[in-house]
Write a protein that binds this ligand. Structure first.
Ligand SMILES: [Fe+2]
Length: 176
């Protein structure tokens, strides 16, 4: 069933799916794809009504991912973070473009030094802001540093429904 397409009908999702399909069909190099999808996301950033009020409330147990669309070449995921919720340090199975709808996605970037990680940068992503990246050099940890529930939309260049996650590896190395 690798050609399976999963789509949940959501306001604002249709134009994004159509647009990403067209970008992916160009078969660009991964980084160029991520930048082109970021441009698309900037032009078609969905509103908070992409999610139901229940979904937008998040969970006390940690951030929640909602898989909204998945097919062989890309997936669209909405992530909901209550204030202070964060990810572990991880990298990704594919290129990614993401846009922030609410809250602040505060990102710390790391380089793998073999036996430890070194912090190489920080970025604060606020509502309306969009960016794209591709492995390698995509090791990061993300936290909602705002005092409101954070919502963001992520597009990955892989079938997340098949892989189960957009995470390639979780890093438990010390940071020095
Ligand atoms: Fe990530």
């Amino acid at each position: 069933m690798d050609m399976a397409v999963t789509t949940v009908a959501r306001p604002g999702l249709g134009p994004l799916v159509t647009g990403v399909s067209a970008v992916v069909a160009r078969r660009l190099e991964a980084r160029q794809t991520a930048y082109a999808v970021a441009d698309l996301l900037r032009a078609h950033l969905p509103g908070l009504d992409l999610l139901t009020p229940e979904e937008r409330a998040g969970s006390p147990d940690g951030y929640v991912s909602h898989l909204l669309h998945a097919e062989a070449d890309f997936s669209i995921v909405a992530v909901v973070w209550r204030p202070g919720q964060d990810t572990v340090i991880h990298d990704h199975v594919s290129w990614c473009a993401f846009g922030v709808l609410s809250g602040i996605e505060y990102e710390i970037l790391y380089r793998d030094m073999g036996d430890h990680l070194r912090e190489i940068g920080r970025a604060e992503n606020r509502p309306g802001e969009v960016s794209g990246f591709a492995p390698p050099g995509d090791i990061h940890k993300v936290r909602n540093t705002s005092d409101e529930v954070g919502v963001s939309v992520h597009v990955y260049g892989a079938d997340v429904s098949r892989l189960g996650s957009s995470v390639r590896r979780v890093y438990e190395l010390p940071v020095r």
